[in-house]
Write a protein that binds this ligand. Structure first.
Ligand code: ADP
Ligand code: MG
Length: 324
């Protein structure tokens, strides 16, 4: 449905996109996740034909976006970061305006009524856009994207600036649209991709650093690399020995505990199960484990882990030596 191949984008000497390639299949809801400045908007503006890439290819429904931007745009409903709303227009007036702009041929009244029903804005159709709450304005922005019933919907940070209730409503709306559209959205909020998307593309400093099914990211987040362990033993000595244990990346005294023991946070190196060594070491010292609880990782921590690894890889001396 969407094909992006080796896209680069330079703004002067800023590299906003650095060799980005990905595919989005029909029916998927894909999330573009990355911190501010990562290149999300640049990517979306290129896919939607609003910005040209420095090099590389992008196509939507088999139509090359650079060669045929007008044809490609017909396949895409786009909600840009700054939706093109006219504050002095009434909602219904605006949607009629967009209908004409897009040269839509569907039955006008039936089509616009359906869009207003789906986005739940029928009740405000005679209000001025400028007088609507941010949440309603965002619905109008989504409504304009739906005019013409394009198969692909692209939303750039659709929930930014909304309050928690509005965020939930917009996420539900996008999930519903995902039932009969291919959807790409960008966000810098991890729980958003987790709650809405089937797949996550993580972008950092213009580079795509992960392309994973959401369930896999969630599974990684739940993996048993972090524990809290309650040990009946002298705090300082236990901490020292935990830190010295092979496979332990990090250990710290949480300060918690009770008469049973002191509570420590322990994190294993990637791919290492430290439970046996930890048990054996503490048993040998005569400090029994009173409790052992896997902590899992928050999605935030997974994100930091992936971006850190990417940075480490890029800064690795052998790579630099090889490149230069
Ligand atoms: P995101 O949407 O992920 O926050 P952007 O795509 O807006 O990221 O920006 C990516 C990078 O490109 C940033 O470093 C940003 O400062 C830069 N950038 C974006 N647009 C322009 C522009 N028109 N001129 C110069 N630099 C830009
Ligand atoms: Mg942006």
């Amino acid at each position: 449905m969407i094909e992006v191949r080796n896209v680069f984008k330079h703004y002067g000497n800023v590299t906003a996109l650095d060799d980005v390639s990905f595919t989005v299949n029909e029916g998927e809801i894909v999330g573009f996740l990355g911190p501010n400045g990562a290149g999300k908007s640049t990517m979306m503006n290129i896919v939607t034909g609003y910005l040209s890439s420095t090099s590389g290819e992008a196509s939507v429904c088999g139509i090359d976006v650079l060669e045929n931007p007008d044809e490609a745009k017909k396949k895409i409903g786009f909600l840009p970061e700054q939706p093109p709303l006219y504050r002095e227009m009434k909602v219904s007036e605006y949607l009629n305006f967009v209908y004409e702009l897009k040269k839509c041929t569907l039955n006008r009244k039936a089509h616009l009524d359906e869009i207003m029903a789906v986005t739940k804005i029928a009740g405000v159709k005679d209000r001025l856009i400028g007088n609507l709450s941010k949440g309603y304005r965002q619905r109008v922005g989504i409504a304009q994207a739906l005019v013409g019933n394009p198969p692909v919907m692209i939303f750039d940070e659709p929930t930014v600036g909304l309050d928690p209730k509005q965020i939930i409503e917009i996420r539900n709306l996008i999930r519903n649209l995902g039932k009969n559209h291919t959807v790409v959205l960008s966000t810098h909020i991890l729980p958003e991709v987790q709650s809405v998307c089937d797949r996550i593309l993580i972008i950092n400093e213009g580079r795509l650093i992960a392309d994973e099914k959401t369930e896999n990211v969630a599974r990684a987040a739940a993996s048993d690399r972090k524990y809290t362990v309650k040990v009946a033993g002298p705090r300082r000595d236990v901490l020292r020995e935990l830190r010295a244990l092979g496979g332990v990346r990090f250990a710290e005294d949480t300060g918690d505990g009770d008469a049973d023991g002191a509570v420590f946070a322990v994190e294993a190196e990637r791919g290492i199960d430290i439970r046996k060594q930890m048990f054996n070491m503490l048993a040998a010292k005569g400090w029994p484990i009173m409790e052992l609880t896997p902590r899992g990782m928050s999605l935030e921590e997974v994100f930091v882990m992936i971006t850190d690894e990417d940075e480490r890889r890029r800064n690795a001396p052998e790579r630099r030596a090889g490149k230069e």
